[in-house]
Ligand binder design. Sequence first.
Ligand SMILES: Cc1ncc(COP(=O)(O)O)c(C=O)c1O
Length: 352
Amino acid sequence: MRAHGGRAPEGVIDFSSPINPLGPPRVLVESIERLVREKVYVKYPDYSYRSLREAVAGYYNLNVENLIPLSGAAEGLSLLILALKPKYLITVEPTFGDHKIASRALGVPWVTVPYALEGLDYKLDPGILCSLPRGLRRNSLVILSNPNNPSGSLTPKNVIEELLSCLDKGSTLALDEAFSDFTGDSESLLGSGFEDVVVLRSFTKIIAMPGLRAGFMYTSNTRIHALIDSIRQPWNVNIIVSEALGELLREKNYLKQFIRETVEFIEAERGFLVSNMRALGFQVYNSRAPFLLVRHPEPHPEFNNKLAARSVYVRDASSFAYLSPYHSRVSVKLRSDNLKLLEALEDAVRGS
Ligand SMILES: Cc1ncc(COP(=O)(O)O)c(C=O)c1O
């Protein structure tokens, strides 16, 4: 049922888990180490997370009252289903998410709509929701990941705004912007103030600490905000994370520079991988994320077994809707690792 990246076998280079290849920011690591030495964990965190919310609001220029701290964007996706009890869960596929499994367990029917594949681009047809029967669009929760995992496609703001106009009474659009920092936030709707929109953000990928678990939800919809805040687990973000993250976000210039360097690095290495993988004959979809969706001539598990022989592990993407054992998701890593991936791929296509 559940299939995730980031659980590679021992001793391989893990291309399955898309996180910042530059590693965690120094300031964050130093804060965590200091907070552990100070044993701050002997106290409960502040239930309202005022200081963390103020730090997030200050960094992204948001209204502090519209923020809810999360232990990761994934928590927000599940909370939304519990809180809103939508009539339908509508997702644009292929896309990430365990919340679909949760919705079935809770008896919320799950409806999928596909991205349109145009050449090597996964595109969102803004009219796709309007083409659904009206009953499906009422009191529903629509989830859109932007940029999307696993394709890496980035839907422009104006297309999302068009999509919104097809939402009917009582429906909500949740924008999962877990990877938005990697795009320089160029199409983010964070802080846009739409009443029917909830934005979910993750810190785990950009600060390269998926084990820490941190993110937030932002909505100017006071009803949804109150609902989510009242059902979230008390103290859902641990005190080390909330304090260390607050300190990092208050170092605004340092963090902005860290993210700028990350964006430039990812763009360069992604371009390097794309051109070399295409030269080897792989079908590589256009991506704006720190990962690439690839179609290969040989299916999994044979494909992954061949790569494993060269100590390389990629994410078998066959568990995503509309994809197959011929698809993999490959994270963008440091140049030395990317070269090893390319060597392993070359061996795989040559059959050695
Ligand atoms: C699109 C998307 N949203 C959310 C998540 C979960 O993020 P977090 O670690 O913040 O829970 C992931 C994890 O890979 C993801 O790919």
